[in-house]
Design a protein around this ligand. Structure first.
Ligand code: NAD
Length: 418
């Protein structure tokens, strides 16, 4: 008999083969499940009776959306206003009371929120609690009806532990390494503009920023001069003096990025300059980066773009699938078959072809990760759903009580023959 891990391995390899995806397969398996129940109805009823002695007949039903109660929203520092207020809108719309906990790292926004929210919203229903790790840990000892956390994977583990004490459901909006696959015929100039914008906006401190590029050596060679031109167009020859180029949020975060760059065995193809006092790191592109390079070990979350070369689209897809499922996956190509192949053979929180970040601005699309990049989603009506309980309701009157007699014991032969 197979061990538990052999069973899991067998199913995982079947899943990766794509066999469960075609509609025909899903239909045929569901039909077989139906046949299983029909063919074995008697045995199933006997087993159910033996185990639980029950049978149920559903009447009428409806779903009622109800608020969850008192919810906690914990925010990060990189978009300190949006990442608190957008989930808060969903939570308020669904009828909850809300505590927001801004990041202490973005101290000015933290302070302003604590001042403004009580001035504008009901102080009985909405509150701001301030603090760093220690204060947040203390806050998490309280019982909440939902915790909505945006931040790093490491801290997410502590959040889950704290939530488990009260069995509190959690939404996790995390990060990770978002790949950008460039393959086939590509409008290189446009690709360079969109890639550079998505990567270097907010100095790379976006959870959905392209973290690294996978492309052929020929594409890399065409992309480098195009990126060089774009970066000059965007930020001038001296990005440090450009008012449109952001700084790293804190000295600690600056040091982490500089250390990462030092440990990388890749070659800096452009940028690389930095200024500790100013928390500045130039838009930087690194080539000759191997899969086990320091830059590939953690989410970069800064203005450093590694370019890794591959020989084929298949190799890019395998590369992505060897790693945790990303928050966003980007593919740049003029060929729709390339986009389609990547879409169908990978998984990620969100997906966007021929652009970066922009897919998350659409309120009609749910925003969230999958697996290690996050649990659950929000934006637009998805936020309302996240902060609502879908209560399954059945309302019954007292009519037709005689018909209900069939389900009451004793289960005589006459009743069973029905
Ligand atoms: P972080 O995990 O360090 O901090 C997030 C929040 O958790 C802050 O409010 C902080 O005070 C609190 N916190 C920190 N340590 C804690 C602890 N030990 N116990 C309890 N609470 C603690 O994250 P960050 O540095 O602010 O944000 C960067 C990360 O967030 C990146 O990984 C990025 O990808 C991710 N992110 C994800 C999204 C998304 O929507 N998926 C958006 C922005 C950022």
């Amino acid at each position: 008999m197979d061990t538990q891990s052999q069973v899991v391995d067998r199913l995982r390899s079947a899943f990766h083969s794509g066999v469960t995806i075609p509609e025909q397969f899903r239909r045929s398996q569901l039909t077989k499940l139906m046949s299983m129940i029909k063919d074995n109805e008697e045995q199933i009823l006997k087993a159910l009776h033996k185990d639980l002695a029950k049978a149920t007949k559903l009447d009428d039903c409806f779903v009622r959306r109800e608020p969850l109660g008192v919810v906690l929203i914990i925010g990060p520092w990189n978009y300190p206003l949006q990442l608190l207020l957008i989930p808060m809108v969903g939570a308020i719309a669904a009828g909850n009371c809300v505590i927001i906990k801004p990041s202490e790292v973005s101290a000015a926004t933290d302070c302003l929120m604590a001042e403004l929210i009580p001035k504008y919203l009901s102080q009985d229903c909405y509150a701001v609690v301030r603090g760093g790790a220690e204060e947040t840990k203390a806050l998490l000892e309280n019982h909440f009806d939902h915790i909505f956390y945006t931040g790093s994977q490491t801290v997410a583990r502590s959040i889950l532990q704290a939530a488990s004490v009260h069995l509190t459901p959690v939404t996790l909006e995390l990060g990770g390494k978002c790949p950008c696959i460039i393959h086939g015929r590509v409008s290189i100039a446009a690709a360079a503009y969109r890639l550079a914008w998505a990567k270097f906006f907010n100095a790379g401190q976006s959870c959905v920023a392209p973290d690294y590029v996978l492309c052929s050596p020929a594409t890399r060679d065409a992309l480098l001069p195009a990126l060089c031109k774009v970066l000059e167009d965007f930020y001038s020859k001296e990005p440090q003096t450009c008012p449109d180029y952001s700084r790293i949020v804190s000295p600690r975060h600056w040091t982490r990025l500089i250390e990462l760059l030092k440990r990388s065995k890749g070659k800096v193809a452009m940028g690389g300059q930095s200024d500790q006092e100013d928390k500045y790191i130039a838009p930087t592109v690194v080539v000759d980066v191997a899969e086990d390079d320091a830059l590939m070990k953690e989410e970069i979350f800064g203005p450093i773009l590694p370019i890794l070369t591959v020989e084929s689209l298949e190799e890019s897809i395998k590369f992505v699938n060897r790693r945790e499922k990303p928050l966003a996956l980007y593919v740049f190509s003029d060929e729709s078959s390339v986009v389609d192949t990547v879409l169908k053979n990978t998984s990620s929180g969100g997906f966007c072809s021929n652009d970066g970040i922009i897919h998350m601005t659409l309120p009609g699309l749910p925003f969230g990760g999958v697996g290690a990049s996050g649990w659950g989603s929000y934006h637009g009506r998805w936020g309302f759903e996240t902060f609502s309980h879908r209560r399954a309701c059945m309302l019954r009157g007292w009519a037709l009580e005689r018909l209900n007699g069939l389900r009451y014991p004793p289960y005589t032969e006459t009743k069973l023959s029905w």
